[in-house]
Design a protein around this ligand. Structure first.
Ligand code: SF4
Length: 72
């Protein structure tokens, strides 16, 4: 299976924190001083061991903010 990276669209993120509930190893919600808290990605290339949990974060994010991008 190819490696992957995580991309987020911070303009869409409203800080619900579902991603951090699904995969706290990678996602946290932080106050960036922009009005809403926003997702912060601790590691955008976490590897296969966490792919399932990252996929859950993608699937359950209510704003469809997170993407998995396969890379060579
Ligand atoms: S990425 Fe999605 S689930 Fe995570 S804080 Fe942003 S809007 Fe909420």
């Amino acid at each position: 299976m190819p490696d992957y990276k995580i991309e987020v669209d911070l303009l869409l993120c409203q800080g619900h924190g579902v991603c951090a509930d699904e995969c706290p190893e990678i996602f946290e919600v932080v106050d960036m001083g922009t009005g809403y808290p926003k997702v912060k990605v601790r590691n955008d290339r976490p590897g296969e061991a966490l792919r399932g949990k990252v996929q859950d974060a993608v699937d359950y994010c209510p704003n469809r903010t997170i993407r998995i991008v396969d890379i060579d």
